[in-house]
Design a protein around this ligand. Structure first.
Ligand code: PLP
Length: 409
């Protein structure tokens, strides 16, 4: 039997649907972010990164890099095994304490990624609740969907951010049925925010537990970087908060935070926690340094919002189809996979601007887009350069512009 035909056929399907993904070979330059080297087919070239999820540039912060180097030098590289075997190394103990404090919770538990924390966190929590019904937002991230699926219990999907629909489902489930509401706080493809306060009201009224993914908000929102829940004053009303150390904190790892019993139960029952090696001490120290820094420094958060607002204003004034967004995410509408990929290729090859295309299945077909994430380090000159590059690409591809805004003239 020719097994390789299955794989080449699978790849051909992706090519036909224009969904085949190509990853750029990039090398970031610490201290010069968002500048980077692109190892192009024609050799290395300077480019500017416009779509990083290292939203605040913490991955190059001297305190964070310093903590990583210092810890690796002092205690070595790996964790030496699962926590069951190797014990918990001290930098991890400190990190979990830091995270519990960040979210005002009794405890937190670290996983090897945000993906794993959702997948194994949601499934373990739901499995420990007899006859649990999971109510899940329609636009939840794949890691949450996998967690819900693995839980094996009944689930219902409520329309995205639609609390009236959520309430209908809560009422229909009845007061005696255990219910877990799972949603994100900030949805990263549209940049919209969940009505967390209203969701907490409903959870309290109908006796549901809440699980909120704050991956795209931790470090960036709230006076100490605790996320949208902290900003909206509802952190104490949410049962389980989940976050990543890989985006605004610039490192790697995921976690959940909640009351001591929930966290201890997940620690004790979750296969995706128990049977895998803990994150290395150096990563944990670096993450702790990033979290600590952002608890007291607001400069990054303020500058981040300022830069995002400026990018939106300049692109809108240029007539580019910026999709409305309440946050630091700046989605630019393209509307088909082919043009989205072409625009991205042209930006990189001809303008040294790196923005990867967002196509199906990450977003619905017909809503393909470029997703721009300005950081505190994108200055006015870079923003003007971005607008020029986008306008040239839009013209070359014959993509529609909106009417120029009068306010900008
Ligand atoms: C990126 C992402 C995750 C996964 O986090 P990682 O640390 O990258 O594994 C989880 N949830 C959402 C909403 C995400 O965008």
């Amino acid at each position: 039997m020719d097994y390789s035909q299955f794989f080449s056929a699978a790849l051909n399907r992706l090519h036909d649907e224009r969904r085949y993904r190509v990853f750029a070979d990039l090398e970031r330059i610490a201290g010069r972010f968002p500048h980077a080297l692109w190892h192009s087919p024609k050799g290395p070239r300077n480019v500017v990164i416009w779509c990083s999820n290292d939203y605040l540039g913490m991955g190059q912060h001297p305190k964070v890099v310093g903590a990583m180097v210092e810890t690796a030098t002092r205690v070595g590289t790996g964790a030496g095994g699962t926590r069951n075997i190797a014990g918990t190394h001290h930098p991890l103990v400190q990190l979990e304490a830091e995270l519990a404090d960040l979210h005002g919770k009794q405890a937190s538990l670290l996983f090897t990624s945000g993906y794993v924390s959702n997948q194994t966190g949601i499934s373990t929590i739901a499995k420990l609740i007899p006859n649990c019904l999971i109510l899940s937002d329609a636009l939840n991230h794949n890691s949450m969907i996998e967690g819900v699926r693995q839980a094996g219990c009944e689930r219902q999907i409520f329309r995205h951010n639609d609390t009236a629909h959520l309430e209908e489902l809560l009422i229909a489930a009845g007061p005696d049925r255990p219910k877990l509401i799972a949603c994100e706080s900030l949805y990263s493809m549209d940049g919209d925010v969940a009505p967390l306060s209203k969701i907490c009201d409903l959870a309290e009224k109908y006796g549901a537990m809440t699980y909120v993914d704050e991956v795209h908000a931790v470090g960036m929102y709230g006076p100490r970087g605790g996320g949208i829940a902290e900003r909206d004053g509802v952190m104490h009303r949410i049962d389980v908060l989940e976050g990543t150390l890989a985006k605004a904190f610039g490192c790697l790892g995921g976690y959940i935070a909640g009351n001591a019993d929930i966290i201890d139960a997940v620690r004790s029952y979750a296969p995706g926690f128990i049977f895998t090696t803990a994150l290395p001490p150096a990563i944990c120290s670096a993450a702790t340094a990033a979290i600590r820094h952002l608890k007291t420094s607001s400069w990054e958060r303020e500058r981040h919002q300022d830069r995002a607002a400026r990018v939106k204003a300049i692109l809108i004034a240029a007539g580019l189809p910026v999709m409305s967004s309440d946050t630091h995410i700046v989605p630019l509408f393209v509307g088909d996979a082919e043009n989205c990929k072409r625009a991205s290729d042209m930006l990189l090859e001809e303008h040294g601007v790196y923005i990867q295309p967002i196509n199906y299945p990450t977003v619905a077909k017909g809503t393909e887009r470029l997703r721009i994430t300005p950081s505190p380090y994108h200055d006015d000159g870079l923003i003007d350069g971005l607008a020029d590059a986008l306008l040239q690409v839009w013209e070359r591809l014959g993509l529609p512009l909106k009417q120029k805004s009068l306010a900008a003239e």
